[in-house]
Design a protein around this ligand. Structure first.
Ligand SMILES: [Zn+2]
Length: 302
């Protein structure tokens, strides 16, 4: 299933397995429906538990009852914080310890969804560094039993233990594990209110005298509070220089997306998560904003 080229052939290869009562065309446009028919789950459960769609801008389609065109996007990997960062070159990751456990338990291994969260360089379970691969590796090696990837630098691994990065990773995991409870729109509203309270967002009156706009220093706040080794990997290598700050008009994707946080409903989920982790002090307070209240919350750590 990691091989997207193969998924185009999937309907052909599985024609004989098509259930009699199936009410959708057996074409690759309906891939999530086909996958769910073959594995005895609903298309919604398949999207929620086996893809990263929840972290994409199509997050609100995960539970759609209709076939969604987003099903055919690359929902097994996620476009990173910055398309030309090193994090983006080596976006597929494996934990050697999880792989050993898979081999013992199943006699084969697979690419774990949770390891592919952008900005994650250590295994959430074992706390050890993840080996990194170019995306073609994942498509070519669905059972990645003996491939060796790039090991992250010690500085990058250390940066993953920084409280803000830790919090980001925890809430991203929490989001994936509680997909039906997620409400990114509300989270962005609460994020803005918090930014105003911290004085990093101000309402300004237009000099024409008509209406007002929000002046946001949220991006600068993140640059000041995230470890440079982490930003160097996931934003831009320029952050290795201590005095580097993107200019206000920087066209870089991460900067544009962080600036978008000031416009309600416009920001991408992973940028909302990263800003929440930076502006709030505890995972619990963020989870209470991000998720509907529920008794059965699955938290990242016991
Ligand atoms: Zn692991």
């Amino acid at each position: 299933m990691n091989n997207l080229n193969y998924t185009r052939l999937l309907p052909q290869e599985t024609k004989g397995l098509r259930p009699k009562n199936c009410n959708h065309p057996w074409t690759w446009i309906h891939m999530h429906h086909i996958m769910s028919d073959l594995s005895d789950m609903t298309p919604q459960a398949y999207r929620a538990h086996h893809t990263l769609m929840l972290l994409t801008k199509h997050w609100d389609k995960v539970y759609s009852q209709d076939p969604v065109k987003e099903s055919t996007h690359s929902v097994y990997h996620y476009s990173q914080f910055q398309a030309d960062s090193s994090g983006s070159t080596y976006e597929f990751k494996i934990c050697p310890d999880c792989r050993k456990e898979d081999l013992r338990a199943f006699s084969m291994t697979y690419w774990h969804r949770e390891h592919q969260i952008p900005g994650l360089d250590i295994c959430p379970k074992h706390q050890t560094s993840l080996m990194k691969f170019e995306s073609s590796c994942a498509w070519l090696t669905p059972n990645p039993v003996d491939i060796e990837g790039k090991i992250p630098s010690e500085a990058l691994v250390m940066a993953n233990f920084h409280p803000v990065v830790r919090r980001y990773q925890d809430i991203a995991l929490c989001t994936l594990r509680n997909s039906s409870l997620v409400r990114f729109n509300r989270a962005q509203e609460k994020l803005l209110a918090r930014a105003i309270e911290l004085g990093i967002c101000q309402e300004r009156i237009r000099h024409t005298g008509h209406g007002s706009y929000l002046e946001s220093h949220i991006p600068q706040y993140l640059y000041n509070n995230l470890p440079r080794a982490w930003m160097a990997e996931h934003f831009s290598a320029n952050f290795l220089k201590d005095d580097f700050y993107p200019t206000e008009w920087s066209p870089d994707q991460y900067h544009t997306e962080l600036d978008r946080l000031k416009s309600a409903g416009m920001a991408e989920p992973i940028f909302i998560l990263l800003a929440l982790a930076t502006l709030f002090e505890s995972t619990e307070s963020i989870c209470s904003i991000l998720l509907e209240p529920a008794n059965n919350l699955v938290l990242p750590r016991p």
